[in-house]
Design a protein around this ligand. Sequence first.
Ligand code: SF4
Length: 466
Amino acid sequence: MHVQGQNRDQGTLFPERLDDLIAEDNAVRVIDAFVDSLDLKALSFARIETKGTGRPPYHPGDLLKLYLYGYMYRIRSCRRLERECHKNIEVLWLLNRLAPDFKTIANFRVDNRKALLNVCAAFVQFCRSQSLYGGDTVAIDGSKFAADNAPSRVLRKKDLAKELKRLDAKIAAWLDDLDDDDEDEPPGGDNTKAALEALEAERDSLTEQIQSLDAKRLAVQPATDPDARVMKHHKIGYNVQTSVDAKHHLIVDVDVVQSPVDQDQLYRMARRSQRQLREKQLRVLADAGYSSGRHLRRCQAHGLTPYVPVNRSINNRGDGRLFDKSAFTYDADGDYFKCPAGERLPKKTKSTKDRLYLYTTAACTGCQLKEQCTQGKQRWVSRHFEEDVLNQVAARTDANPLMMRRRKAMVEHPFGTLKRRMDGGRFLLRGLQKVKAEMALAVTAYNLTRAINVLGTKRLVQALAT
Ligand code: SF4
């Protein structure tokens, strides 16, 4: 005999309460307590006040609970959330059996973009009040998330220009035909005129699209989600930046940017994390993609101590047989380099684009070591605008190899979880502001799970209720 279930037709003496079906340590109790603890009006949610007339709206708190539940359990689409409202006991409990339709659910996420970012920050502040953040070390990292845009649906400037050229030739040919015709009316009459006007309208639209790409300095723009960008390996998406605290790997801050590279994100993300954690001093760990002299300098000036492997350009001319830059000693007082032949190389010029000062000497022309030194007319040695800061950060990072291992362990867990919950890292919404709201929901759900794992449901619910 197998294990037997209860008879479906079996009646009960006392009807079961929905609350009896939700265990004391169920995560929905935390979602419920967290949303109930929020001042939704202060967080800028729409439709807090109801009008005296018309159909009453759903309370934003109920819809927020539904979304947090969905992002925690990989149910992100509004149609799927609508279905869960009818059949999922946890959702029935969480929403007091409310069952909004998918349109209402979808509109809520779009209408409350800013408020959802505020909710994410509010949970960070709650976790901070519970000492869940260490507040001394954060790791910053970026990861690419796919946009809701098929790879083939892109506008390419070169294709548009080709199409424009083809249209110009076609219009010119039509006009030539009209000129050749001696009659007052063109052959085909109004039809010809209308066709010409349609071609000209198409040309204007193409010109506008090219001008728009030029204004954004883009060669390729996604057509379905124009805010998305072409990332590495031709993938279309966004660059998600997070900072993660060392203590329990809770996310401190998140942002979504269009730039495919991380190089310009370090200072901004570090400062935002510093403000969220309300700390004056913070150690910041990041990979070599964040190596930027300007950012490192600004971090150091604001109480942030970066641990970042510094990227250096390597002079690989002469198959490595030429003197390495380390053979040249820099004199800070005189601002010159001394070369292996004992000559001084004073500062000659600079490259603002590469942020480098360049040093050289005319003595190279008659130098006996020239063959070992340069293949050009004279040897040039460069010094970065922020050379001192780069040296400091490189020395600090090299002296603490454990920091880089720690960084990896800190950032991998959150991104792994976020991507798993978001179907391998795919946004459902389109547009930068909307994907930011989507990511805020995902991060709040991630932090809720982490906080439950660390404190436990009961303690968390108690803390949220006080
Ligand atoms: S080639 Fe120029 S830089 Fe090189 S060792 Fe000779 S003088 Fe110095």
